[in-house]
Write a protein of this length. Structure first.
Length: 757
């Protein structure tokens, strides 16, 4: 970043000047000195005389038409102007060599290396001091610097983001006696620019353009002049105005991002004074009247260098110095162009105006990376507090419903007691009806019969028929409930009498805080198992019994991992995925519901008893017998990821939940269907951080707000689809934290100061 030298002059040539110099590096002031420049009335007289002789040349100019009177020989006037410029230049250099000023000159040479980039500002309100040839100061001339004038040091508003094209409002004003068409042709050849031309506009047309659109550059070519301390531009043969008369429109344009004003017209210091009051960052004006040829050649070379990659200051210097070829006929042409800039304004480049260097700037990539890390840490902290759990569980449910459809599991059959069956047989189902159902099923050699009905006591009639069945059939599984100690609302429920422990399965589940069932327990060891002594869940026992017939036995790999054939089951930690500190008693896994209209074939118990079920629908299957009548068993229904909010009729009967859990275990081994798992916390952190970085990169690559919003939305959609793909493959990834990191880092990157590296 270039250093800044600000030379503040308070006084005049006649009275002398108090000089204060400041050297800035970034936002830090490195040096401040105060000195004097002595009174020099002779230099003041030479300055006045020189500019009078310059105007007397009378070349066709962009001053107000007919405002210059011409007499005498043109060659004599050119020679007189050349002589006065020589005397003015020599006197100016001698003035700066004054002993009183030497301490500042010496300090500048010591503090700033000749090869170091530097920006130089002369701050004064005195018009005569502003028109001195400051480019002849040998200190600045020997360095890569172009002296800028500055009238104000009030705070500068932050720069706005811009479009991929440089937006230029080009005003081609009153042009009697001059040629502005060349200016237009030069502007039309600019790369990556959109130029809006106003040819001899009315005041209202100009005002509307300032209010209704955003501009990066304001350009004016035509007649202008300075009246007293105010500049006046001539819009058309009938209308002229000072910039004070466009104050509100100009203020709006600056507020919306106007960075540069170019007045390729005469006598522009008055215009610069008025625009400086409005805090425009940069301006190029002409110190005096300017001929057509000078104005056109300067504009050509300046825009050529600026659009070609030179910084604004160096482009002005290069174009100004190239005017030297005209000085045989137009003395002091190189004295005319002047930069008027706010000291706090950053050096402009063409690419910065069109917001293109930002994605490729090392400095901005570093800032994006820092922002991504900071946002990721904050998101992880919020996540650790559990504040994102509701959103993450909602996203989990959405992913569950978005998966590709599946078919029913052909290894299961659900025999259900529907509303019609309960009305026919009563509730609870009598022992006799249950015994008939078991006997009917057993006739067709099922592999496992799992009765998802509590029967800790006999329900007449038919108890004498049901009880022997529990002992006679080794593949008959009974249900019990562990419950909680000292909790009268959740007591244990015993299995049917005399059922061996190895054929008992517990029904206990733990709901999430929102009441949705997303996990099931495979094994559990509890101190409170008086009524239900088994360690295996009902679904786990049914699935393992089925797999045992296939020669597949579970193997303990560790306390948290079990191998089931080729499948590995991993116990959920208390902070798994989007969960924070849930009740993780027992060996819990995520319940990977089968995404099918029905998890398995379902038949009514009445149809079974009536002999309407084909034997092949039962043979070698797991047959689940349970109740699905909601009016009879409201406590045996669960909300699942498929339950729509506020629609209790979509709740899932307990026997169907058990079927999903059984199918998950069977499919993991026999069908290679993925089990749902979560990443290690470090991998999740890198995942969130990666999306945060992507959000910042998008913000840098999309200068327009609508483009950034659209790109962020498309990327968020990609995040969802990538997450869905991983979910189908068995990985539950942090969707909500990643989306928050994506949007937050992008917003933060757009709010960073747009500094050049």
């Amino acid at each position: 970043m270039a250093k800044r030298v600000i030379l503040k002059l308070n006084g005049s040539l006649d009275r002398g000047c108090r000089v204060a110099v400041e050297i800035w590096s970034g936002n830090a002031r490195q040096l401040e000195l105060v000195a004097q420049l002595p009174p020099n009335p002779e230099l003041a007289n030479w300055a006045t005389l020189h500019w009078q002789r310059y105007r007397a040349i009378g070349a066709p100019s962009r001053l107000k038409p007919e405002s210059i009177e011409v007499d005498g020989s043109i060659n004599r006037r050119i020679q007189e102007c050349r002589e006065s410029s020589q005397k003015l230049g020599d006197g100016f250099r001698q003035w700066l060599d004054s002993p009183e000023f030497l301490r500042i000159d010496r300090a500048l040479r010591e503090e700033i290396d000749r090869r170091e980039a530097v920006r130089v500002f002369i701050e004064t309100d005195n018009a005569q001091l502003q028109k001195l040839p400051w480019h002849l100061w040998d200190w600045s001339e020997s360095r890569r610097a172009e002296v800028s004038l500055s009238c104000r040091t009030s705070p500068l508003p932050p720069p706005k983001s811009h479009s991929p094209q440089v937006r230029i409002l080009a005003i081609l004003g009153h042009s009697a006696g001059i040629e502005v068409e060349t200016d237009r042709q030069i502007l039309e050849t600019l790369p990556h620019a959109r130029v809006w031309f106003l040819v001899e506009p009315t005041r209202q047309q100009l005002n509307d353009c300032l209010w209704e659109r955003s501009w990066d550059i304001l350009f004016f070519a035509g007649h202008s002049e300075t009246e007293g301390e105010k500049g006046r531009i001539y819009l058309n043969p009938n209308d002229s105005l000072t910039l004070d008369e466009l104050r509100y429109g100009l203020r709006q344009a600056i507020k919306r991002g106007l960075q540069l004003a170019i007045f390729n017209s005469c006598d522009g210091l008055g215009l610069a004074q008025q625009l400086g009051d409005l805090n425009i960052p940069q301006m190029v004006v002409m110190r005096e009247v300017v001929g057509d040829q000078v104005a056109q050649i300067f504009l050509k070379y300046f825009l050529q260098a600026f659009a070609g990659g030179q910084s604004f200051e160096l482009a002005v210097r290069q174009a100004r110095e190239r005017l030297e070829g005209l000085e045989d006929q137009l003395p002091c042409a190189t004295w005319l162009p002047a930069i008027v800039a706010h000291p706090q304004a950053e050096s402009l480049t063409w690419n910065r105006l069109r917001s293109r260097p930002l994605p490729f700037s090392k400095l901005h990539w570093q800032r994006v990376l820092q922002s991504a890390v900071a946002v990721t840490l904050v998101v992880l902290g919020i996540r650790a507090l559990g504040w994102l759990q509701p959103g993450e569980l909602y996203a989990y449910d959405r992913l569950m419903r978005m998966r590709p459809p599946e078919v029913a599991d052909p290894r299961l059959l659900v025999v259900e007691a529907t509303e019609a069956d309960v009305k026919r047989y009563g509730f609870p189902l009598p022992d006799g009806i249950l015994a008939q159902a078991i006997e009917k099923v057993k006739q067709h050699q099922p592999r496992v019969v799992a009765v998802d009905i509590f029967r800790d006591r006999s329900i007449a009639p038919g108890g004498d028929r049901l009880q022997p069945l529990w002992q006679q059939h080794p593949n008959l599984i009974a249900l019990c409930h562990v419950g909680q100690a000292n909790n009268p609302d959740n007591p244990g429920i015993a299995p049917p009498p005399n059922v061996p422990e190895n054929r008992q399965g517990f029904s206990d589940v733990w709901l999430d805080p929102d009441g949705i069932l997303r996990r099931f327990v495979l094994f559990m060891q509890s101190d409170y198992q008086e009524a239900c002594a088994t360690r295996l869940s009902f679904a786990g026992l049914a699935a393992l019994s089925y797999l045992q017939a296939e020669g597949i036995e579970p193997k303990n790999l560790s306390s948290d991992r079990i191998q089931l054939g080729n499948a590995i089951l991993t116990r959920l930690p208390s902070d798994a995925g989007g969960y924070r500190n849930f009740d993780n008693r027992g060996f819990q896994v995520m319940l990977n519901y089968r995404n099918a209209p029905q998890v398995a074939q379902r038949v009514r118990i009445w149809d079974l008893l009536a002999g309407k079920i084909a034997p092949e629908d039962i043979h070698s299957r797991i047959v689940l017998i349970g109740v699905t009548a909601s009016t009879a068993n409201t406590s045996g229904f669960f909300e699942t990821p498929y339950t729509q909010w506020g629609q209790s009729d979509r709740q899932m009967p307990a026997v169907i939940v058990q079927a999903h859990a059984i199918s998950q275990l069977l499919s993991a081994e026999l069908d290679d269907r993925p089990l749902l798992d979560v990443w290690h916390p470090w991998i999740e952190a890198f995942w969130i951080g990666g999306w945060a970085f992507v959000g910042g990169a998008i913000a840098l690559s999309c200068p327009r707000t609508w483009a950034w919003g659209l790109a962020t939305g498309v990327t968020a959609g990609s995040l969802i689809w990538v997450s869905l793909g991983l979910f189908v493959g068995g990985q539950w990834v942090p969707v909500v934290p990643a989306a928050i990191a994506l949007a937050t880092t992008g917003a933060l990157a757009r709010s960073l100061p747009q500094k050049q590296g």
